[in-house]
Design a protein around this ligand. Structure first.
Ligand code: V47
Length: 344
């Protein structure tokens, strides 16, 4: 069967929402039936001091959020100790681009966690952080990626991809990692036998064609490496930032985008409906539109909640699994690289 082209993918937006949903659901059901994956994880965001200025970001310390912080390693280890004792299996560590801490501060966090808790999965450092650390400390991407492996990073999160179209990217986050660099860093990470995720920030100033272009670039790299576990469309949150988008994206457009990504990304196994940015209710509906993963319990979330998402305190495990069940799906706990652990 031939693959869907750019023009055909763009035309899917003109389909009836439910017909498109059926198309995506068929693909989802063939792969996963009614199973929906989630994991028991904890987000940690060690510093919000940032050398870059992304217009969409409400997390980094700036005029709208004059609240700079940098955690000590002791504070981070306290959090990790606490969550590990409660069966959390993954720590997802993402920071702003802090120019003052030194490279060691970033890397030693991982080494300390891995030394104390070797079984805990460390998902850390977006390609945007890798690029920042390489530039700031005069290292190559290869050197930074090798240091990550040496210090215990298991996988990379998908953040910092935003929108690959250069014109939109220049407008929303000029100066940070370029699209080609983002893809190059993930390619190099995959060449080390490691897995990562990939996000897309949508619902701001981009057009439908930019989303399809974004998906096509992911599909192309995935053909080469096979290293992406999961695609995560992130719905833009409107508060406390400098993008000044007046109109919120509709639920219809969010679901269509999810469904289309399931069709286009035929080589990326998992599609995550990230409840933090879509709301829990819409994430549950997205299970009918191609999504087979709802991320996890998260416990504490700082990046999107700063921009208005109702996610600051995560979601309780029992509530999460009950919601998945009540929506007609089977909650399956997975590990960070998608091995099944337990059906709830
Ligand atoms: O890269 C920032 C986004 C991302 C806003 O890999 C915003 O499993 C919406 O990448 N509205 C960080 N989004 C989060 C992220 C992520 C989340 C969950 C799972 C995984 C994974 C990765 O949050 C940033 C940026 O694209 N972001 N500001 C905003 N106003």
């Amino acid at each position: 069967m031939s693959r869907i082209t750019f023009d055909e993918a763009l035309a899917l937006y003109d389909m009836d929402l439910f017909e498109l949903g059926d198309m995506a659901d068929k693909i989802r059901q063939e792969k996963y039936g009614k199973k929906t994956y989630f994991n028991i994880n904890r987000h940690i965001n060690p510093t919000n001091i940032c050398a870059d200025i992304c217009k969409f970001c409400a997390y980094s310390a700036n005029r709208k959020n004059p609240n700079p912080y940098t955690m000590s390693h002791e504070q981070i280890m306290e959090i990790v100790k606490d969550v590990e004792a409660r069966s959390v299996k993954e720590v997802h560590i993402v920071s702003a681009h802090n120019p003052d801490t030194g490279l060691e501060w970033y890397l030693e966090i991982f080494k300390k966690i891995k030394t104390a808790y070797p079984h805990l999965h460390v998902k850390a450092l977006t390609a945007a952080e890798v690029d920042f650390l390489a530039r700031h400390y005069g290292k190559t991407y290869d050197e930074i990626l090798d240091l990550m492996v040496e210090n215990g990073v298991d996988s990379m999160p998908g953040g910092g991809a935003e929108i690959f179209d250069e014109k939109v990217r220049d407008y929303i986050c000029k100066g940070k990692v370029t699209s080609d660099q983002w893809l190059e860093i993930h390619q190099k990470w995959h060449e080390r036998g490691k897995k990562s995720n990939v996000t897309m920030l949508f619902g701001h100033v981009e057009e439908r064609k930019d989303r399809i272009d974004h998906m096509m670039r992911i599909r192309e790299l995935q053909d080469k490496t096979g290293g992406f576990n999961c695609f995560i469309p992130l719905v833009y949150q409107t508060e406390n930032n400098y993008l000044n988008v007046k109109e919120q994206i509709t639920a219809n457009e969010i679901l269509k985008t999810m469904a289309i990504s399931r069709v286009v990304l035929d080589n990326v196994p998992n599609l995550k409906a990230y409840w933090v940015t879509s709301t829990v209710n819409l994430a549950l509906v997205a299970q009918e539109f191609g999504a087979n993963d709802l991320d996890g319990t998260i416990e504490k979330e700082s990046i999107n909640s700063a921009a208005g998402a109702k996610s600051a305190n995560g979601v309780k495990l029992e509530e999460f699994t009950a919601l998945i069940k009540n929506s007609g799906f089977i909650p399956v706990e997975r590990d960070s690289v998608y091995n099944e652990i337990k059906t709830w």
